[in-house]
Write a protein that binds this ligand. Structure first.
Ligand code: HT7
Ligand code: ZN
Length: 848
């Protein structure tokens, strides 16, 4: 397959003004008739041009230009589209009409028009529209769409304003990837929102019958998002109707189609009995994310798919700030950094590394990555810090004013910041262009009241960033005296050269420096601190992020030593942890985060930084042992903490209640190591909400005491698909490593394991592959099991398969024997005769 390159971007030869689409729905033979008004692109200045349209898996029935039917030999169809020779194409403009037939039921890839539980739905980003009809399926072609849907279903939806049953008009020009159609027997939950300028908007959530009572939280989150975008970015909604549809079969989380967002049902439906606090939080974040796309993505879209971070990085940044406002900024920041480190740092350190704005791809679906999304959001955060809050807002205002209705690039985005701030951001732009995670190392010197702090970037350990130019790295820095006071104000040091020394005068003693507060840049901080310094920051740092970071650093060092077989004493750490866990002045959510040890994956990464080869089984044991040490130290406090954090009254998903539950359940996790799971058993059988029921189940399974609860959970929830996903996932992810493979094998044969459903597949196969000690078992049978399933799924759903191949992304961090076992499986996948382009690209990179 060809490689697509950013440098080859060219505008199309023709633009599209208007599109009329007619759908005659049929499960296996839907007819799509399109009438498209083209006009010449005057900027091209070359030509004459053939008409070249994208199209895949389409049966062309009829085509005409300006009313003249085209003969078979006048339309040249191939696997990627069709061409009409230039001499048959009026170059100044023309109307194209065609009818194609497509098969929604046979569409297992879930791109284009497909069926999910008897309902028609679409997914067009990035290039799914070409599976619906022939078109210029590229984001810079923005057109007005009118849609007519003929079908028996009582609900027939598309973008924009409803004209009458099945008939829709979208007044806003949009690229084809934002097109959507939904048809089926759906129930609607309705509400209303008045915009700040007084316009009434009808809000509708469409779900399957029986799910109407699960939409309250999503609806509330939507209204809060709409208000927040008005208040923080001055953005108002621009149609009279905003619709959300919940769909069971969906490759990703949700999709921001204009006025008709389509959601994976797990990100809409929630009741206290069926959804956890984490589910509620995810619903709030994704509802906001997709809504925010209405301005950052839809009104202003991307010129080409290389610019994906223009809409995704910015929109993630916006949803993170929204969540922070709704809940707690310090907890949100820690969680965002945990995600970044768990997903993006490993991606950037391995064979799938790419810049936030990639320069080439084979399959664009493979670039919806943590780098584009999460690192893309970090870049916006740095930009905001560098120019300041007011300038940031002014630049955003200018962006919306200058580029409304356009398809833009990162250059356009940077330019509004340059114009408003007067700064030259050429060097800052390197964040979009260079891959890899910068390493910032630190030297300190103190003499005669002068403190010299030298920061260096990229004395690189990984070999990944050799020959990279120095980037602009904002390092928020605080200084602490031995009594915990701050002798100097916090400041943002700008490291914009390979090395820079910052000098601070007038100090009476060498300060303890608190670097990269709030995780002010997505870098690896290589700051050698002894355990006393770390402990000091853990106890005294006023920056909550760095307080947490110091505790985490201590835990990581201990865990690495333990995994390497060293005898360590965790008592000091456990004691400091105890103080924090019991400190009623601290947010319970923060205390819960502190009580949660770094993941097995994070420990493996840390061992890599220390130059050791991680042993997943030893890491698993070490984590368990340190947990036990902490549990013993807190033994007399845990029952009381568990009881004190109980939330009385009816369940509420709000941040305070969720934070108390999080701390209560963290205490329970520790307590279970001392009381033989007695309290966890009690909670499981008595829980009245899914958060507690599921946490208790997880504790019981990981202790090997979950048999009865597993059976009961299944019986209780077998008719609730989303809860059953949890049942598969928790067994795959928390069964003790020695038993896990047998368990997932058996679950793979279970009557409810519908592997064609992406959520179910991810629950079982993804759940297993993200449990390091189980997946990386020394005999390699975990790798073989996952590879078997990936080969099977690839034939049906390349997009979901390719994404899941990412579980092999860190394979080079392990020992030679495991590397050989993994590469054998990767080669086996690669040799699959019908391997998709999506999976082929990822496996090719993993093996390169
Ligand atoms: N913009 C969307 C990304 C997307 C997607 C969503 C669902 C299924 C397939 C998809 N391909 C790309 C979602 C978002 O980031 O908001
Ligand atoms: Zn998005």
């Amino acid at each position: 397959p060809p490689t697509i390159r950013l440098v080859d971007y060219q505008q199309p030869a023709f633009w599209i003004e208007k599109v009329n689409l007619k759908f005659a729905l049929h499960p296996t033979a839907t007819k799509v008739t399109s009438e498209i008004t083209f006009h010449a692109n005057a900027d091209r200045g070359d030509g004459p041009h053939d008409l070249r349209l994208d199209g895949r898996d389409l049966k062309l029935i009829h085509a005409s230009i300006d009313g003249r039917d085209l003969a078979d030999d006048e339309v040249l169809c191939d696997a990627e589209g069709l061409s009409v020779p230039a001499d048959l194409v009026p170059q100044e403009g023309f109307t194209w009409r065609c009818t194609v037939e497509i098969n929604p039921e046979g569409n297992t890839a879930l791109e284009g028009l497909y069926m999910s539980n008897g309902m028609y739905c679409t997914q067009c980003e990035a290039q799914g529209f070409r599976k619906i009809t022939y078109y210029l399926d590229r984001p810079d072609v923005m057109a007005r769409f009118n849609v007519k849907i003929e079908g028996e279903a009582p609900v027939l939806l598309s973008n924009g304003n409803k004209i009458n049953h099945g008939s829709w008009q979208d007044p806003w020009p949009k690229p084809a990837y934002l097109f959507a159609l939904v048809a089926g027997e759906l129930e609607v939950v309705e509400d209303q929102f008045t915009t700040r300028s007084g316009r009434d908007v009808v809000l509708q959530i469409f779900v399957r019958k029986g799910d109407e009572d699960k939409c309250d939280y999503a609806m509330d989150a939507l209204k809060r998002s709409m208000r927040w975008d008005e208040e923080h970015y001055g953005r108002e909604y621009d149609l009279d109707l905003f619709m959300i549809v919940a769909v069971d079969d969906f490759n990703m989380g949700a999709m921001e189609n204009k006025g008709l967002n389509i959601f994976n049902s797990r990100l809409v439906l929630a009741t206290p009995e069926t959804a956890t606090d984490a589910n509620y939080k995810a619903i709030e974040a994704v509802i906001a994310h997709e809504y925010f796309h209405n301005w950052t993505g839809n009104r202003i879209t991307c010129r080409d798919w290389f610019q994906l971070c223009l809409k995704e990085g910015l929109t993630v940044f916006r949803d993170q700030k929204f969540s922070g406002d709704m809940r707690s900024h310090s907890v949100q920041r820690i969680e965002d950094v945990l995600t970044l480190r768990a997903r993006q740092f490993p991606e950037d350190a391995g064979p799938l590394s790419h810049p936030v704005r990639p320069e080439e791809y084979i399959e664009i679906n493979n670039f919806y990555t943590a780098t584009v999304y999460e690192k893309g959001a970090e870049v916006i955060g740095m930009l905001k810090r560098l120019v300041g809050d007011e300038t940031y807002r002014a630049a955003c205002d200018l962006y919306f004013e200058r580029h409304d209705g356009q398809a833009c690039t990162i250059e356009d985005w940077i330019r509004v910041f340059e114009d408003v701030s007067g700064q030259d951001l050429t060097q800052f732009k390197l964040w979009y262009q260079q891959n890899g995670t910068p390493v910032v190392s630190v030297d300190e010197d103190f003499s005669q009241g002068t403190y010299r702090l030298t920061l260096r970037q990229d004395a690189d350990a990984s070999g990944h960033r050799i020959d990279k130019a120095a980037q602009v790295i904002p390092v928020m820095t605080g200084f602490l005296d031995t009594d915990g006071s701050e002798p100097l104000p916090e400041q943002c040091l700008i490291l914009d050269a390979a090395e820079k020394t910052f000098v601070f005068e007038g100090l009476t003693a060498k300060p303890v420096v608190s670097l990269l507060r709030g995780f002010s840049a997505p870098v690896i901080l290589d700051h050698t601190m002894d355990s006393d310094q770390r402990m000091f920051l853990f106890k005294h740092d006023s920056d909550t992020f760095n307080k947490w970071e110091a505790g985490r650093g201590i835990a990581l060092d201990l865990l690495c030593d333990m995994a390497r077989g060293q005898l360590v004493k965790g008592a000091n750490f456990a004691d400091a942890l105890r103080t924090i866990a019991l400190d009623g002045a601290l947010d319970p959510n923060f205390r819960a985060l502190m009580l949660t040890l770094p993941s097995e994956d994070a420990i493996a990464v840390h061992m890599g930084h220390l130059g050791a080869v991680p042993d997943p089984e030893a890491i698993h044991r070490a984590r368990h042992d340190l947990k036990k040490t902490i549990a013993k130290q807190l033994a007399s406090d845990l029952p009381e903490l568990f009881a004190a954090m109980r939330v009385r009254g009816p369940y509420s998903p709000d941040a305070d209640a969720a934070g108390r539950r999080a701390l209560r359940l963290a205490a329970l996790g520790l307590l279970s190591l001392l009381d033989d799971c007695a309290a966890a058993q009690d909670l499981y059988w008595g829980a009245d909400n899914m958060t507690e029921q599921f946490a208790a189940l997880s504790i019981l399974i990981s202790a090997g005491k979950g048999a009865d609860a597993i059976d009961a959970f299944y019986k209780q929830w077998k008719d609730e698909g989303l809860v059953l996903d949890k049942w598969f996932a928790i067994q795959a992810g928390t069964t003790p490593p020695e038993a896990a493979l047998d368990v997932v094998r058996a679950l793979g044969e279970h009557g409810d394991f519908n592997w064609k459903n992406p959520n179910r597949f991810r629950s079982l196969i993804g759940g297993f592959a993200t449990a390091p000690a189980s997946f990386h078992r020394a005999d390699g049978r975990g790798y073989e099991f996952v590879a078997d399933w990936l080969i099977k799924l690839d034939a049906l759903n390349p997009q979901t398969t390719a994404r899941m191949c990412g579980v092999f992304g860190t394979w080079k961090r392990y020992d030679k024997k495991r590397q050989t076992l993994i590469s054998t499986q990767l080669r086996r996948i690669q040799k699959t005769p019908t391997l998709s382009k999506d999976t082929g690209e990822i496996i090719g990179k993993l093996l390169a």
